[in-house]
Design a protein around this ligand. Structure first.
Ligand SMILES: [Zn+2]
Length: 132
């Protein structure tokens, strides 16, 4: 029934809890939308399908957080980056498992799912990036 599940952020999280990175794809023009939307933002078609994305990509940019909201303060310093997935989608997230001096733009990272992350992680809970 995954094909007909609603194209909502809640459903996106539900897939993520199953270890799947899913985006909405327009069946008319092929546009991939993450976060998912019920209507294509390119051609306005509502003929969409769920597409499982390759859970890896390359680091485009990153920043090190030293001062965080209270919930995240125990995790500091931590690194947040934007990874460009193989499908061309950009996804922000926390990066773990890499020494700061080894981080570099262009490095290959993959997505790992971690249900222990605070659930109010800005925009994208329950996952992080790690070296591929
Ligand atoms: Zn479209």
């Amino acid at each position: 029934m995954a094909e007909t599940a609603p194209f909502t952020i809640e459903q996106f999280y539900r897939f993520m809890s199953q270890g799947k990175l899913m985006a909405a794809q327009c069946m008319e023009c092929g546009k991939i939308m993450l976060p998912p939307r019920p209507v294509c933002d390119k051609c306005f078609s509502d003929k969409l399908q769920w597409k499982e994305l390759t859970p890896k990509g390359r680091l485009e940019t990153y920043t090190v957080i030293h001062v965080a909201p209270p919930k995240f303060q125990p995790l500091t310093p931590y690194t947040v980056g934007i990874v460009r997935l193989e499908e061309g989608i950009r996804l922000p997230g926390m990066i773990k498992g890499v020494e700061l001096e080894n981080l570099h733009v262009g490095m290959e990272l993959e997505i790992a799912f971690d249900s222990s992350l605070p659930s109010e992680w800005p925009a994208w809970p329950k996952y992080y990036f790690k070296p591929a």
